[in-house]
Ligand binder design. Structure first.
Ligand code: 0GY
Length: 301
């Protein structure tokens, strides 16, 4: 297990970019507090405590209206912190849980009632132990009738091996962080093309264009120049937003678990949005229409 953690940014700057009304932060987490909701024994890192109230305060500060809270590996399949946050969100948060094959129908119904609308399959080897694909497929078949979808997290080098599994899933599939492309490679090179092609051929596959701070090699912005923030990630995210404007989501990834060196300023992450979604229409789809359709469909009919 990785010892220690980096604390999230204590005083994020006020973004210059104003998200459209009703904007959704569609990838963020709550952690613990560990004394109340202990971290999973099998976790590979220990995060900083990050409470629901701190998340909701950040939401308001950044100009967002809603959250999609994603279960991270440090809480394993114990979704209590997530459910607690959903229940205290006044309907402004929905969730992505981690579930095991042994989950009962009653437990699924309880998660649904709390606001869970998806399950997450994590294939990032540094984060999780291996789960056989037939188990995951069985879970996907259990959650499909609830109208839930599957969120997948993996590294670009593993896509050739995982593609067949992803494209066989019976639900909408949302890919975290564009499948973690190597942004030192060309945006139209074979590795990213494999991902773009998968989305092109499978209209049920969506992508989060999130986490430039995890993908960037050029690094964070200088204090006075967010124009250059994570600039090497821009062509990748922009390509996905412009090619699939109705199947993209964006999130802060607060409180940025498991980052070893650099902790982003969440305000500057929001200022990254107009670089990747360059028109008000693309911004509205990315931040409002798409996440609402996926997580609050009853409000968009
Ligand atoms: C993220 C990214 C990471 C961690 C997790 O579930 C997790 O622990 O997703 C990571 O280390 O890249 O999206 O929060």
């Amino acid at each position: 297990m990785t010892p220690g953690w980096l604390a999230f940014h204590a005083n994020p700057s006020q973004p210059r970019f104003r998200p459209p009304p009703g904007a959704v932060d569609a990838h963020c987490h709550v952690f613990g507090p560990g004394a109340q909701f202990p971290y999973a024994p099998e976790r590979k890192y220990t995060p900083c405590d990050a409470s629901r109230d701190q998340l909701f305060a950040l939401r308001d500060r950044l100009g967002f209206s809603r959250n999609v809270i994603v279960q991270a590996t440090c809480h394993g399949s114990d979704n209590r912190a997530l459910v607690d946050a959903l229940k205290h969100s006044a309907g402004k948060a929905r969730g992505v849980a981690t579930i095991k094959r042994s989950v009962t129908n009653a437990e699924l119904a309880e998660l649904h009632q709390a606001g869970v609308r998806a399950t997450r399959f994590n294939f990032v080897k540094r984060l999780v132990d291996f789960t056989p694909k037939e188990e995951l497929l069985e879970i996907a078949q259990r959650i499909a009738p609830l109208g839930w979808h599957v969120v997948v997290y993996f590294e670009a080098v593993d896509l050739p091996e995982l593609r067949e599994f992803f494209t066989a899933l019976p639900t909408t599939v949302v890919v975290d962080h564009m499948g973690r492309p190597d942004v030192t490679k060309p945006v139209d090179g074979p590795e990213f093309e494999l991902f773009v092609n998968m989305m092109r051929e499978h209209p049920n596959i969506w992508s989060k264009v999130s986490c430039p701070e995890r993908l960037s090699v050029s690094g964070p912005p200088a204090r006075d120049g967010e124009q250059n923030a994570y600039r090497d990630v821009v062509p990748f995210a922009r390509r996905i937003v412009e090619t699939f404007p109705d199947r993209v989501l964006w999130g802060t990834d607060w409180p940025h678990p498991n980052l070893k060196n650099h902790m982003p300023d969440d305000g500057l992450l929001v200022d990254f949005i107009p670089h990747i979604a360059t028109t008000p229409e693309l911004q509205r789809k990315l931040l409002v229409d798409n996440p609402m359709r996926l997580y609050w469909p009853e409000e968009t009919r």
